[in-house]
Design a protein around this ligand. Structure first.
Ligand SMILES: Nc1ncnc2c1ncn2[C@@H]1O[C@H](COP(=O)(O)OP(=O)(O)OP(=O)(O)O)[C@@H](O)[C@H]1O
Ligand SMILES: [Mg+2]
Length: 290
């Protein structure tokens, strides 16, 4: 790496996987990341990165909570079957982008399109049922006192016919033996990795085209982290799912994803192929732990 990483011994929590000695403070990362943003990627660049026509596109999104604006004029493009990982400092607005796509925020301006159709103002139920967008909730969204099978069927609550949900659940059980073996057990007994698998599988019941995944690796032991990325890889490469994820573990996220977007203070600072961003010294210093 050309630049010596800045060493700060503040003993406070920071970003990335480095030791305490090499970790930059959250404020340092935010300030340095601002500088990166002086060369913001233009929409044309995002079009080039996108494989073919965009399956999902965002133009000029301004969004937030109540009157508070968090996302400022954001553009995004992801092609069918592509994966995109959002990285950036805490509070940059990564989750808010996923929330906006799914319909949990106040959208003040801009357009979100799916297969060319304006879906900006659809309800979350319509997003899931009609537009084919599923949002995988963060940790602890399984119902511990319900069985694995009952939890899975919850994913089909919008299906008109219950037997369609049952058939989709059977497909999941065929694919994932770990869940099949425990289908009649309380979900509360599952390991962390199995619970994450159940959360992902539940989203598959509606057979979505796009999966929005917020921090799939959070709180998991390393062996389960690898398992979760293998599952996502399979869904992308064997089932043709398009994935937009947020990942605190920027290295894992960029290794996995075709595209990486760096978000800083609610704006896009950088965009590129995941492996290119992994090699970028500034990205390394700020987000990959030195
Ligand atoms: N439901 C909410 N109501 C009001 N403000 C919110 C809400 N959720 C998030 N925010 C604010 O929006 C900003 C962006 O938060 P967001 O969760 O999108 O960041 P993030 O990039 O996902 O951060 P992290 O890496 O910590 O998950 C923060 O200032 C946060 O306090
Ligand atoms: Mg977040």
């Amino acid at each position: 790496m050309a630049d010596e990483p800045v060493i700060e011994k503040k003993g406070i929590s920071g970003y990335g996987g480095g030791s305490v000695d090499t970790v930059l403070s959250v404020d340092d990362v935010a300030r340095d990341a601002e500088k990166l943003a002086s060369d913001r990627p233009l929409p044309e660049r995002l079009d080039t990165l996108c494989k073919g026509e965009a399956l999902l596109s965002i133009e000029g999104l301004v969004a937030g909570y109540g009157k508070m604006e968090i996302i400022h004029n954001l553009d995004l493009r992801v092609g069918s079957g592509q994966s995109l990982c959002l990285i950036g400092p805490n509070g940059a607005g990564k989750s808010t982008i996923l929330h906006s796509i799914y319909g949990f925020t106040n959208i003040m301006d801009g357009v979100i399109r799916m297969k060319g159709q304006d879906i900006t103002r659809l309800s979350t139920n319509e997003k899931l049922k009609s537009a084919g967008i599923a949002y995988i909730l963060q940790d602890n969204s399984v119902f511990p006192d319900m069985t694995v099978e009952e939890n899975l069927l919850m994913g089909g609550f919008l299906k008109d016919k219950q037997d369609e949900a049952m058939a989709a659940a059977e497909k999941v059980f065929e694919k994932y033996g770990r869940l099949r073996e425990r289908r009649d057990q309380r979900a509360g007994v599952l390991s962390g990795g199995e619970r994450r698998l159940l959360e992902i599988s539940r989203a598959l019941i509606m057979d979505p085209d796009i999966l929005l995944v917020d921090e799939p690796s959070i709180g998991l032991e390393p062996r389960f982290i690898d398992m979760v990325f293998e599952i996502l890889d399979d869904l992308q490469n064997n089932e043709g799912k398009t994935i937009i994820m947020v990942e605190q573990n920027a290295k894992k996220g960029l290794e996995f994803a075709d595209l990486g977007y760096v978000l800083v203070s609610g704006q896009l600072a950088m965009a590129g192929p995941g492996d290119e961003l992994l090699q970028n010294p500034e990205v390394g210093r700020l987000f990959l732990g030195g």
